[in-house]
Design a protein around this ligand. Structure first.
Ligand SMILES: Nc1ncnc2c1ncn2[C@@H]1O[C@H](COP(=O)(O)OP(=O)(O)OP(=O)(O)O)[C@@H](O)[C@H]1O
Length: 310
């Protein structure tokens, strides 16, 4: 299917739209693992999320992508139970999210490791805190350190590791704890390009092995297409879902795959159009009634998000 789409990119037929490249969502059987229904959230006067509907099925890798301020992190934190949305419902396995729980684990951009504990001790500590016996925790820690290719660094302290290695420790710890859902907040954004690319390969390989349910936040459209089964494209002012797209490219994926590059270009074009439309909505009009009044004041800039229904 994707080869056919790539072939069509060079043809003279009707230009391809994003919907041609990203196959519409199939009807899925069974209940979703995560159900986000009509979720809205305000921070004072700012509408960070408006009427967001997303469902994630067991074993799906869903990427939330969009410009800064579109509410990706707010939505992720609401899934984690760290934020209580102002409106709507979020459930995991049919149970409403009312706070953080051991079924959901957040992975941050800056690995939150205990600096005085070694790599192995960081994993063992987290596993023991989850009620695992010492023997089981030791065994799992060793296995997951191996999985992220850090054997030989078990007794090393975090500050003696590179940023990429610290991220691998964080990933190993998260996977060893075996949450039902992994929530990742731009985990690779601070890494250099080469380390990032290694992390993409590693995460894809591990995900293909474990098929864990993952919600992954990123600014980077190409990263979202590289990793996601689905890409939820969000726009800002107010934070909302622009598109929810299914990606049917073979795995493991190549970031230079022409189909992926083309999809990425088209999504970025759509985001640019949404951004321009948002700016046009919030910009002061140039109509006569927007000109300075007799006292020289411009009418206040309409703040589109304020007062919008949640
Ligand atoms: N605690 C807060 N108090 C007030 N406003 C907030 C708070 N947290 C986020 N916001 C605002 O809500 C909006 C959405 O923020 P959020 O961090 O979810 O966006 P984002 O898409 O994750 O952005 P980025 O990619 O830059 O992290 C932004 O305008 C932000 O300034």
């Amino acid at each position: 299917m994707w080869r056919e789409l790539v072939a069509r990119l060079g043809s003279r037929r009707r230009p391809l739209a994003v919907r041609d490249l990203l196959i519409p969502r199939r009807a899925r059987l069974g209940p979703p693992k995560i159900d986000v229904s009509r979720v809205g959230h305000r921070f004072a006067n700012l509408v960070a999320l408006q009427d967001v509907n997303v469902s994630v099925h067991p074993g799906e890798f869903v990427c939330l992508v969009g410009p800064s301020g579109c509410g990706k992190t707010t939505l992720l934190y609401a899934l984690a139970g760290h934020i209580s949305p102002s409106g709507g419902h979020i459930s995991v396995d049919g149970v409403q999210v009312r706070g953080p729980g051991p079924d959901r684990l957040l992975v941050f951009q800056e690995p939150a490791l205990f600096p005085w504990l070694t790599v192995r001790q960081n994993l063992v500590f987290a596993l023991r805190a989850r009620g695992r016996s010492r023997g089981d925790a030791d065994e799992r820690a060793r296995a997951y350190v191996r999985l992220v290719h850090l054997e030989g660094f078990e007794e090393t302290l975090p500050h003696q590791l590179s940023g990429g290695m610290r991220m691998r420790v964080q990933l190993a710890r998260a996977l060893a704890m075996d949450p039902a859902v992994l929530l990742m907040d731009e985990p690779f954004a601070a890494l250099d390009a080469q380390t990032r690319s290694h992390m993409h390969e590693l995460l894809q390989r591990i995900w293909l092995r474990d098929r864990k349910t993952v919600v992954f936040v990123t600014h980077d459209v190409r990263e979202a297409l590289l990793l996601g089964d689905r890409v939820v494209v969000m726009a800002a002012r107010p934070g909302r879902v622009l598109q929810d797209l299914e990606v049917h490219l073979p795995r493991p994926r190549d970031p230079d795959d022409p189909a992926l590059v083309e999809m990425s270009r088209r999504i970025r074009d759509e985001l640019r159009r949404a951004e321009e439309a948002g700016e046009a909505r919030t910009a002061p009009a140039e109509a006569p009634d927007a000109r300075p009044g007799p006292d020289g004041d411009l009418p206040p800039r309409p703040a589109a998000p304020v007062g919008a229904p949640l």
